[in-house]
Design a protein around this ligand. Structure first.
Ligand code: SAH
Ligand code: ZN
Ligand code: ZN
Ligand code: ZN
Ligand code: ZN
Length: 461
């Protein structure tokens, strides 16, 4: 896949294997073995929809085998010695400081005069004077200000080259938009799952503006953030297997946060790495939602309700997300990023970001900025992008990518402007394609006629 495909892929050996053939996720399975990233996920190779070959466990979090090479056949007998060695390995592969230690270190750090506040860029770590010596031949920053401590996402380098984390940070405009939107909707608590920049914006406003009453809890696999936030503000969490690295105490922090005491309504906002693991993400998000229900007091009328949620993800995953969350709809708002050339908003030659907001809130409540060209479609009862024309035949605003789509009478639906109707394939597709039939639909967009590796949604035109 092109740069888009390479971006933000999460999910282990399986994502790579998906490139070669189909691979189905079967787990989270009870009793799964653990790697340093918590319980592994269960997979099986498939061919034409049928399971083929042995099932196996692989790391839930790491796409790159260099980051975690955990692998075990489902029916493999693992000796006591190997189990013990594995446990020891998992222990040794935890961060060198605990979250508690990092919180204490931070307290000492802020007591230091500016001249003694150093941040090691190689170790991505705040340094106390006693530690300077070990880092002398490392690059470091001096005079770390309070403002810098309040924006760790600027201080830390984004883990974009590591396929595992793939951090793409919101452009200020998009982050501000999201925050204003959820405030206008009346939310006062934000469960930030893999959205460190949104969390940071909330935290820093809360500390600066007296009448700002929004609170946020960050759940993220990037443990570097534990240097800047207390245990009530950050949980080390793996969203592919719903694993709290901090154990029961961290889980309880999250559960408490979801408890809407004082009537403070909570919303979950997530911007996960993308890959083939929508089902793993969906399973975790459902478990987070279930924690919210656990907190319910008796007689609450909304036991059937879901936690309000913004799931930020590319538009071509729409059908996959709706498979797991039928109540969700996709908003036209294009989410922009700072450190991704393709997703940056520019006045001239703007590249349109494929990243959208999926939500279970009523679409008409999601007001999109008119100054950026969004308008309200009274028929669809939602805001749409300027290029998205209402199609009278489909009776909806059909564009997914922001460009004006055209209606194909044969397909009985609107299609991308660059597609044409192929009588061989009996569907609309790219001009350049081979007419062979491929039985199974594409893993990414679900359409027949191509595989994931040649999906037009992923390739950059
Ligand atoms: N746009 C967001 C960042 C999204 S990038 C913002 O600006 O706030 C994806 C985020 O998910 C990163 O913060 C990354 O550390 C986190 N992440 C990646 N894999 C994860 C996993 N397995 N579990 C939890 N968080 C993960
Ligand atoms: Zn792992
Ligand atoms: Zn149409
Ligand atoms: Zn057609
Ligand atoms: Zn496709």
């Amino acid at each position: 896949a092109g740069p888009r495909g390479a971006r933000r892929e999460g999910g282990g050996a399986m994502a790579a294997a998906q490139e070669r053939g189909a691979l189905a996720l079967l787990g989270p399975a009870p009793g799964a073995p653990c790697c340093p990233h918590g319980p592994a996920l269960l997979f099986v190779k498939t061919s034409q929809g049928k399971e083929e070959g042995r099932r196996f466990y692989a790391c839930s979090a790491c796409r790159d085998r260099k980051d975690c090479n955990f692998f075990q056949w489902e029916d493999e007998k693992v000796s006591e010695t190997r189990l013990a060695a594995r446990e020891e390995y998992n222990r040794n592969h935890q961060p060198s400081f605990t979250h508690r230690q990092n919180v204490d270190r931070y307290k000492n750090f802020v007591l230091l005069p500016l001249s003694k506040r150093r941040f090691c860029q190689e170790c991505q770590q705040l340094l106390l004077p006693a530690e300077w010596e070990e880092h002398l031949d490392h690059q470091f920053l001096c005079g770390i200000s309070t403002a810098q401590l309040k924006s760790p996402s600027q201080l830390l380098y984004p883990l974009e080259n590591k396929k595992t984390n793939a951090q793409y940070l919101f452009a200020d405009r998009s982050c501000q938009f999201l925050l204003n939107l959820l405030i206008d909707l009346g939310f006062r608590r934000v469960l930030s799952v893999g959205t460190p920049r949104l969390h940071e914006m909330i935290q820093s406003k809360a500390s600066q503006e007296e009448d700002f009453s929004v609170r946020s809890l960050l759940l993220d696999i990037d443990f570097r953030y534990s240097q800047f936030y207390t245990e009530d503000e950050f949980c080390h969490y793996n969203m592919f297997n719903h694993y709290f690295f901090g154990g029961e105490a961290a889980r309880e922090t999250c559960r408490k946060f979801l408890d809407e005491e004082n009537g403070e309504r909570v919303i979950m906002v997530t911007d996960p790495p993308f890959g083939g693991l929508v089902e793993a993400l969906a399973s975790s998000f459902k478990k987070l939602m279930a924690m919210w229900k656990e907190t319910e007091k008796e007689g609450r009328y909304y036991s059937q309700m879901e936690v309000p949620m913004f799931w930020i993800f590319p538009y071509f995953f729409e059908s996959r997300i709706l498979d797991f969350f039928p109540s969700f709809s996709m908003m036209d708002y294009q989410v922009d990023y700072d450190n991704h050339a393709l997703y940056k908003h520019g006045k001239t030659g703007r590249r349109q970001s494929p990243v959208r907001i999926f939500t279970n809130l009523t679409p008409s409540m999601i007001v999109l900025p008119e100054e950026e060209g969004y308008r309200f479609c009274t028929v669809c009862q939602r805001y749409v992008s300027s290029g998205n024309q209402h199609c009278d035949i489909c009776n909806s605003c059909t564009s997914k990518d922001g460009r004006r789509w055209k209606h194909c009478a044969l397909c009985k639906k609107c299609v991308k402007p660059s597609w044409f109707h192929c009588n061989n394939c009996n569907c609309c597709t790219l001009q350049k394609h081979s007419c062979e039939k491929i039985d199974v639909g594409c893993f990414v967009c679900g359409q027949a006629g191509h595989k994931r590796s040649t999906c037009p949604s992923l390739s950059h035109t």
